[in-house]
Design a protein around this ligand. Structure first.
Ligand SMILES: Cc1cc2nc3c(=O)[nH]c(=O)nc-3n(C[C@H](O)[C@H](O)[C@H](O)COP(=O)(O)OP(=O)(O)OC[C@H]3O[C@@H](n4cnc5c(N)ncnc54)[C@H](O)[C@@H]3O)c2cc1C
Ligand SMILES: NC(=O)c1ccc[n+]([C@@H]2O[C@H](COP(=O)([O-])OP(=O)(O)OC[C@H]3O[C@@H](n4cnc5c(N)ncnc54)[C@H](O)[C@@H]3O)[C@@H](O)[C@H]2O)c1
Ligand code: SF4
Ligand code: FES
Length: 830
């Protein structure tokens, strides 16, 4: 007989514990969860993002209804446990259900603290704790305009930012003269206030609330000093209190929280507690990282695995307010016996403070640039002694620079394997690399499912993504659909819409106007913006080479020994003796160590010195094959009916026509085409981004195929009769992908995201196809061969030489050089 394990509370801490238990010993217990909220387990942390408009409610569900059934868990949603019979070992809910248990886990979380002010029960006075509160605020913002948030802590400021986004006029009332006094020293607090004021938040500091005004609904808030402020919505964010009433009334020892030992055992045998309701060694926690650590211990204990017990946690926090980056960890104050190092840059709004005791880092505050937060948190946890060389922590071993914003790719390159990347879930860099290498994860979503990294506050996403890029190469990473990168909270669509609406023309302008958190951008957003600008304004936008990856800047693929490969275009894979002779001469003249036929039916000259590139292009006198670019790569063809006895159509002619029409086309990610002369499909057209297969009396066009990391058979888009129709549909399809795809998103991913039905529908109307064709023609007419341009134009040649000169070493350069160096991607394969 399996033992009965019942858990009261269906929140983040409890369910994370349950997941661990299921992993360790799925069959040991008959499981029951009873949760007062009528929802499956959701990410409470992201309620701030929902309010700010960065996430939708249905996107924050962590475990959907099926998860409970799939794991055999009896789930009572919307039931509140009102009584525990600790002798008979049963619990009873407010809806009369009685459930027996052998082991009971109390994970009842916290309740928001509501100031007991006169009038606090008026309509329009709420807390910010759950989905319903979030709904109430969104609804209120439709009708009312004046919001007051009481409490200038993490929650209050995140609520205030969300209400600003909902176009409300927001006053934050705080009892002290410094915001976030639990996380920031005075300097940091004042700098944060200045940034938030710049964003439009107003502050009423050193105010003691006295009464809530109004008849049925709130109309204002009065203070003890006799002043008042108008309000038609008041959000109280003045802290939380552990939800202990149930435990207390059941005779379980309760102090501030439910008292537990190192194995989360309460004073009553068989009853455990974890999460915000539990008190361990006198401490009650209010952030998920320590709660997950508690869950890891309890799951091991109950599964019968060895565990050393919970010893308490060092805390770190990040404020989730766009444009106001704040990180705080450990002991950030100037206590006796501590020394601190600080950097303050009022121009850039950057403040960094590291606190030492006996040579060890015991606390830190970062404001404006929080990129070094993982590193600092690891130092605090690791306890390394820096006595006599404390400055290294802030200024680097060489003593140069004040640690300007680093790109995530640079940061993870400097991280050791055991450094924690995801603070919420305690996931180290090595664990993520292992998930990519050994478990085949190719997207943030898959890493989240595998390791939990990025699954809570989401603050570590840029780092997780950087590990993906550096492990797999940017081309193989499946784009995180949620947004562009950590520099902005805007989604891809919002960015593209804003660029189009405001007619922005340069990446710098876009980053400035759209209030990028990191004004220099990063290796992810700069090339993306450059692409979107070029796609929207092909005539006006000047391609920014410095925002492109190193291969695209060099118009050649960098190899692992630092040499380059040169691939001239060979239309449809068809060449001539003259061309072959020229290629052979060039290969001899420049002592090319390897000449190889590629999978895309072209010739690759590998091992070319960078300084030989322009001269070789000139001698070759052939167009660039774009083997390095996010562009049309190849059109592979079979021999077709010209020679093959099975062929029904001219595959070579069709392929060459397609390649000549669409060569030099910039696309969100590389695009490969193929044409087969009959359904035997020797050109493998059905695993290409777009493949054309000849049938009796016409052609079939397949789309969204992939033969790379994630093999995908293409979907049939349409059957057409003539070659002109093939060109028309191909052009319309490629332009639709260019306009709606996210930068670095292969067509196979894009198609699965958008849906083949939607694509067919968008291209079905001949007028719509004509409009798309018109726009692609405009772009194609402007496209010039990059090799030829550099050969012919001295200025461009000089710019090429300057741009492709080795980037300065990240350690000695500022932010810009770091972003430059990080725009190196793994050589893409054909
Ligand atoms: C808006 C917001 C943003 C936040 N942002 C962050 C952040 O960025 N980083 C961070 O680390 N933390 C953040 N937090 C805090 C974090 O969400 C909490 O620490 C975490 O959710 C606590 O988990 P828990 O399971 O202990 O409690 P809860 O999530 O409160 O879950 C307890 C559950 O038990 C249920 N329950 C209580 N009593 C009973 C009963 N008698 N019977 C049945 N069910 C019962 C409750 O209804 C609740 O659903 C944020 C919190 C909020 C509100
Ligand atoms: N980004 C994050 O990590 C994050 C975000 C939101 C919430 N949370 C967590 O959720 C919980 C609740 O957050 P919180 O900000 O409410 O709690 P908190 O206790 O961290 O902050 C409450 C703030 O309200 C102020 N305050 C208290 N009484 C007041 C009064 N009468 N008038 C004006 N101000 C008053 C306090 O000085 C304090 O700064 C915390 O555990 C917090 O850590 C974390
Ligand atoms: S696909 Fe058909 S036409 Fe082309 S080579 Fe193969 S058999 Fe011949
Ligand atoms: S740091 Fe919060 S999810 Fe990773």
């Amino acid at each position: 007989m399996r033992r009965k394990l019942v858990m009261v509370g269906n929140g983040m801490a409890g369910v994370a514990f349950m997941e661990q238990l299921l992993k360790l010993n799925p069959n040991k217990f008959e499981l029951t969860i009873i949760g007062a909220e009528p929802h499956p387990n959701y990410n409470r942390i992201l309620l701030s993002s929902v309010l700010a408009g960065d996430a939708k409610l249905d996107e924050i569900v962590l475990n959907d209804w099926n998860w409970y059934t799939d794991n055999g868990i009896a789930f009572y949603a919307g039931h509140s446990v009102t009584h525990i019979d600790t002798f008979g070992r049963t619990v009873r809910t407010d809806r009369g259900v009685v459930v027996p248990y052998d082991e009971l886990v109390l994970a009842t979380g916290s309740l928001p603290f509501m100031l007991p002010l006169p009038g606090a029960d008026k309509e329009g006075v709420i807390a910010f704790r759950n989905i319903e509160d979030c709904h109430t605020m969104i609804e209120a913002a439709r009708e009312y305009k004046k919001a007051v948030v009481i409490g200038g802590g993490l929650l209050g400021l995140e609520a205030a930012r969300g209400l600003l986004n909902l176009k409300m006029d927001v006053n934050v009332v705080h009892i002290f003269d410094c915001l976030m006094e639990r996380q920031l020293d005075r300097t940091g607090s004042k700098m944060l206030q200045a940034e938030l004021e710049r964003q439009g938040m107003k502050f009423l500091l050193e105010k003691q609330s006295d009464a809530i005004l109004g008849k049925k609904r709130v109309t204002g808030l009065s203070f003890k000093d006799g002043t008042r402020v108008d309000a038609d919505l008041i959000v109280m964010a003045v802290g939380i209190k552990p939800n202990v009433q149930l435990a207390k009334s059941s005779g379980i020892e309760v102090n501030r929280g439910i008292v537990v030992d190192d194995y989360m055992q309460t004073s009553v045998p068989g009853i455990y507690s974890l999460g915000e309701c539990a008190e361990h060694r006198g401490v009650v926690y209010g952030l998920v990282a320590p709660l997950y650590e508690q869950g890891a211990v309890l799951s091991k204990k109950l599964a019968g695995a060895e565990t050393s017990g919970y010893a308490g946690s060092v805390l770190s926090t990040k404020l989730k307010v766009s444009g106001a980056n704040v990180f705080s960890a450990g002991r950030f104050g100037d206590d006796p016996g501590t020394k601190s190092l600080r950097v303050q840059d009022d121009v850039e709004g950057i403040y960094k403070k590291v606190v030492f005791q006996d040579g060890k880092v015991v606390g830190a505050v970062l404001l404006g640039d929080t990129s070094e937060s993982s590193k600092l948190f690891s130092l605090i946890r690791g306890g390394e002694n820096f006595a006599g060389r404390e400055r290294e922590v802030l200024f680097g071993a060489s003593g140069g620079g004040i640690g300007k914003p680093s790109s995530p790719v640079d940061l993870i390159a400097e991280m050791s394997g055991n450094e924690i990347v995801c603070g919420c879930n305690g996931v180290a860099k090595d664990t993520i690399v292992e998930a990519i290498r050994e478990k085949g994860c190719v997207s943030i979503g898959e890493i989240k499912a595998c390791t939990k990294a990025s699954g809570s506050c989401g603050g570590c996403k840029p780092l997780v993504e950087a590990i993906l890029i550096s492990t797999l190469g940017a081309d193989s990473v499946v784009d995180a659909k949620e947004g562009i990168c950590g520099c902005t909270t805007l989604s891809r669509d919002e960015v593209v819409e804003a660029i189009a609406r405001m007619k922005l023309t340069t990446t710098k302008e876009a980053m400035h106007v759209l209030e990028w958190a990191n004004p220099e951008g990063c290796s992810k957003c700069r090339p993306a913006l450059n692409y979107y600008l070029g796609m929207l304004f092909p005539e006006e936008h000047e391609d920014e080479l410095e925002s492109r990856f190193v291969n695209e800047r060099n118009h050649a693929n960098i190899q692992k020994d630092g040499t380059f490969s040169v691939v001239p275009r060979i239309y449809g894979g068809v060449t001539t003796p003259e061309e072959l002779k020229r290629i052979a001469d060039v290969a001899e003249k420049y002592e090319v160590p390897l000449v190889k036929i590629t999978g895309g039916q072209r010739i690759d000259l590998l091992g070319v010195k960078k300084e030989d590139l322009p001269a070789m292009w000139k001698d070759l006198d052939m167009p660039s094959g774009y083997a390095y670019g996010k562009a049309l790569r190849t059109v592979k063809t079979c021999v077709g009916n010209t020679f093959c006895r099975f062929g029904t159509q001219d595959a070579i002619g069709m392929g060459i026509a397609m390649e000549k029409k669409f060569e030099r086309l910039n696309t969100p990610a590389k695009v490969k085409l193929a044409v087969s002369g009959c359904p035997r499909n020797c050109a493998e057209a059905t695993i290409k981004d777009l493949g054309v297969v000849a049938i009796d009396g016409g052609w079939e066009i397949y789309v969204g195929g992939n033969g790379g990391t994630r093999i995908r058979a293409a979907d049939l888009l349409v059957r057409v009769k003539t070659e002109d129709e093939v060109l028309e549909w191909t052009g319309a399809y490629l332009q639709y992908y260019r306009e709606t795809g996210s930068w670095n998103e292969r067509t196979s991913e894009w198609l699965q995201r958008v849906g083949i039905g939607q694509i067919k529908e968008s291209l079905a109307d001949p007028d719509a196809r004509a409009a798309l064709l018109g726009r692609i023609e405009k772009t194609l007419n402007l496209a010039k061969d990059p090799w030829q341009q550099i050969i012919e134009n001295d200025d461009l040649r000089k710019a090429f030489d300057a741009l492709t000169a080795k980037p300065p070493k990240p350690a000695s350069g500022g932010a810009d050089s770091k972003a430059q160096a990080s725009l190196v991607e793994k050589p893409p394969m054909e």
